[in-house]
Design a protein around this ligand. Sequence first.
Ligand code: ADP
Length: 168
Amino acid sequence: MTLVSTQARTAVYPGSFDLLTNGHLDIIERSQKLFDRLIVAVGSNATKASPLFSVEERLDVLREATDQWANVEAAELQGLTVEFAAAKKAQFIIRGLRAISDYEFELQLALMNHRLNKNIETIFLAADPTNIFVSSRVIRDVWRHGGDISEFVPTATLKALERKSKTA
Ligand code: ADP
């Protein structure tokens, strides 16, 4: 038997998750069925100024929302995703695709990651049509303006939002 066939199939699902939506959760639920171990990796994302939630808060929300799946864990992502994945012995990176607008950036990212580490494959999961228009940014904006976002996010996110000021 080769080493590869005995190795746990591990995937990393990286993102900002500021805030966790049902779109993210759907990708997590479907991915955890495909892999032995799924690590949801929370990056601070320097290009996204003034985050709503700290990385610690996002990790707490993720852990609460995914506690029904024993093979899912949440961790902070620092540095390159491929290096994080290699350190965790992950062979796959998961990304969700909502629309053609996601595709171009995601393709660039996947090709760059493949150039950086040929042993790690990016797997794309198509967004569930119910969540196709759901993005953290839009949901954050609706929430800030007092709109009802309860059908777009898990309970753990709603609870975390109750502790936040809308002007934050
Ligand atoms: P967002 O784009 O909502 O700010 P992230 O940067 O945290 O979210 O995205 C992390 C990953 O999750 C990306 O691959 C993104 O395409 C995917 N994703 C985000 N929202 C959805 C959704 N509604 N359905 C499927 N995938 C999604």
